[in-house]
Design a protein around this ligand. Structure first.
Ligand code: 5AD
Ligand code: SF4
Length: 450
């Protein structure tokens, strides 16, 4: 069955809807899944009830994300009952785990196909197979084949901001983390492929590019001698055009002075660094298998702040890792107070099957995790507010993202450093504007366009 022909016959286009959970890498993957479906002849819709094909791109990093994906998928049962021709697929990190793939097979009989993270490129073949009444398909894959599929079409969500994956997978095996188990071993894309994609994005009008990888600082390992992430940053910086480069995520153990120096030298690289600390306690960091100490981390931050004026610094913090006692938690709070992050992405430790920490016997009770989590938010809210107060009266350059979701009268956007701004004025999404900051809030700068 060809989708275009079927659409003409029906007098109405066949439509797809991709529902995405999880991190930026998943968002980037979903843009590729959408690109392939569009190329097959499907039209995109955001309403599941109007779709002929629903694809759920799942996350496995915390239990909560899995539960949401499972319950959303469960909710599609009634859509299938109404429309037996509807195709339902589930992909991504959650179903790259054998037990979840089995759940899909046995407990979700209305799911037509399931595939893991690095079988993304097989979507057209899987869909055509099912449309031609082939059996349900369940492709377990943990990314271990080490392949990278290039030249997959992309349907971007935004015309001026874009993701650019530079590498896939992770070799770090932090003891809490499921990512290396579901996204497989680290593999870098060839620099020529990355530079080609960057050039195409710039030619297409993209002005804000975020380079993606689980640990961008190990870019090039196993592929090049003497060409690593700083060299890649410099090469992208040297491309013609007016654009900004961001990147995430940097593992602190691999973030070097050279990286910071390169950021400082490259005028197109944003003054923004996301550097996940996870915990302020060396004892916990060691149990997490993180390979840095709080002191070494702090030194790197000091160096970065010295070299990159106006740096926006953000981090990930986890509370309630097994064995975390009050003193460890106090050390994390102290770290927040000393380092003073612009923004902290905070998480409650979630036990993940097949990770070492899941078997540690000294799990922290849920109520204590909750108390620590709330305490941490309180501490960080004050710090965030304090930092943001320093912006009041200043003028910042903002890339406008259009109307604010919370208040139609206001616009929203981000500064060069990636800080959230909510402001009065008239501008189109994608426009760069100057905003005078008039008020500080813990997570956002309020202001007026000038
Ligand atoms: N539980 C809670 N948070 C986790 N993260 C990774 N694994 C877990 C887990 N098992 C957090 C880390 C990481 C971020 C992307 O998600 O803080 O940096
Ligand atoms: Fe997970 Fe650690 Fe790899 Fe990040 S570096 S994806 S936290 S294993």
């Amino acid at each position: 069955m060809a989708i275009n022909a079927a659409s003409s016959e029906r007098g109405e286009p066949y439509k797809f809807c991709v529902v995405t959970y999880g991190c930026q890498q998943n968002e980037a993957d979903s843009e590729r899944l959408s690109g392939m479906l569009k190329q097959m002849g499907y039209e995109k819709t955001d309403a599941e009830e109007n779709a002929d094909l629903i694809l759920v791109n799942t996350c496995a990093v915390r239990e909560h994300a899995e539960k949401r994906a499972l319950s959303v998928t469960g909710g599609y049962k009634h859509l299938k009952e109404k429309n037996p021709d509807l195709l339902i697929g589930v992909c991504g990190c959650m179903v790259s785990q054998e037990h979840r793939l089995d759940d899909m097979k046995h407990k979700y009989p209305y799911v037509d196909f399931v595939f893991g993270t690095s079988y993304l490129w097989r979507l057209p073949e899987i869909v055509y197979g099912r449309l031609n009444k082939k059996k349900r398909q369940f492709l377990l894959d943990t990314g271990d084949d080490g392949n990278i599929a290039e030249d997959i079409p992309v349907l971007r969500e935004c015309r001026y901001r874009a993701w650019l994956s530079v590498m896939y997978g992770c070799n770090n095996f932090c003891t809490y983390c499921v990512v290396p188990h579901v996204r497989g071993r680290e593999r870098s894309r060839y620099k020529e492929d990355i530079l080609k994609e960057a050039r195409e994005l710039i030619a297409d009008g993209v002005t804000d590019i975020t380079l993606l990888g689980q640990n961008v600082n190990s870019y090039g390992h196993g592929l090049y001698d003497g060409y690593s992430f700083p060299e890649l940053l410099s090469d992208i910086n040297a491309l013609d055009g007016d654009f900004t480069i961001r990147f995430m995520t940097s593992h602190p153990k691999d973030a070097t002075k050279k990286l910071i120096d390169t950021m400082a030298e490259c005028e197109k690289v944003a003054p923004q660094l996301h550097l996940p600390l996870q915990s302020g306690s060396d004892r916990i960091l060691s149990r997490m298998n993180r390979h840095y100490t709080y002191e070494s981390y702090k030194k790197l931050v000091e160096y970065a702040r010295e070299k990159i004026p106006g740096l926006t610094l953000t981090t990930d913090i986890m509370v309630g890792f097994p064995g975390e006692c009050e003193e460890d938690h106090e050390q994390t709070l102290r770290a927040l107070g000393e380092i003073k992050y612009d923004m902290v992405y905070s998480f409650i430790y979630s036990r993940r099957k097949n990770t070492p920490a899941a078997d540690y016997e000294d799990q922290v009770p849920e109520d204590i995790k909750g108390v620590r989590f709330r305490r941490m938010l309180e501490v960080q809210n004050e710090i965030g507010l304090e930092i943001n107060k320093g912006y009041v009266g200043k003028t910042v350059r903002v890339l406008c993202d259009g109307e604010s979701k919370n208040d139609e009268q206001m616009l929203t956007g981000r500064t060069d450093g990636g800080k959230n701004v909510c402001f009065k004025g008239e501008a189109e999404a994608g426009e760069y504007v100057k905003v005078k900051v008039t008020e500080a809030r813990p997570f956002v700068l309020m202001g007026e366009m000038i």
